[in-house]
Design a protein around this ligand. Sequence first.
Ligand code: NAD
Length: 279
Amino acid sequence: MSSPEGAPQDVIPADLLKGQKALVTGANSGIGRATAVALGRAGADVVVNYVAGREEAEKVVEEIASFGVRAAAYEADVSDEEQVVAMTDRMVKEFGTVDILVANAGLQRDASFTDMTLAQWQKVLDVNLTGQFLCAREATKEFLRRGVVPEVSRAAGKIICMSSVHQVIPWAGHVNYAASKGGVQMMMETLAQELAPKKIRVNAIAPGAIKTPINRDAWDTPEAQQDLLRLIPYDRVGVPEDIARAAVALASDLLDYVVGATLYVDGGMTLFPGFATGG
Ligand code: NAD
């Protein structure tokens, strides 16, 4: 199968992640969905976390199961400690362990600074930053309990934090979101430093503009898309599969020596495109 834009999905080797168990949060939509499917295509068994939208989650499970691997949908709010602990415990019980965590769940609650309510600020920090902290902590406990199983992977575990180009690009009208992703960057790097000696690899992906429901306004009219393309030297808006392939590579032993890195998957958005002609 090919994605409508970007490289085809069937370039993913079917046994790259064979025998590994992956948990993807927010996996019934957008980037999380494509990532869960790509991990399954690469041979991993996959838990599809969702907070709302059971039907969509079940569809993702069905698609993953068609590759001959195991998949299941688990409901949990990543910002709720008890629910995250229960989700990870259940995965260990039902799947045996966790080898890969893609901490992807995220949201926006946009407002200009003086209009932003504390609730909008808090919600975004709770899901985008605290949610990743909780999922990473619980997955790490399991990585440490199990240790390295050389037939499965050279690492005891892999954590991929879904960040954003807004971990480095300030974003007016989105201070809660930009602050959450800046936090993700430093959390990821600190965890990578702390956990590397235990053979746990922590990295991040920073997507640029990817067509998903989170940013529909930015790409679903020709005018909006034209505006957006001015920020993207590679001259196409990304698709979820662009991020999914990066996640598969980062999770695999192909990138075993990559620790504490942010992989920008953004068509060059972080290259200061305004300076192509100015400056
Ligand atoms: P999306 O809205 O399609 O997906 C977000 C997912 O997170 C949904 O499944 C949603 O239900 C889930 N979610 C929200 N709150 C949750 C909670 N409390 N518990 C569990 N799940 C929850 O958007 P997307 O674009 O696929 O976003 C995925 C990630 O990628 C986010 O972290 C987002 O910040 C990041 N990102 C997206 C883009 C982009 O252009 N689309 C760019 C940079 C970063």
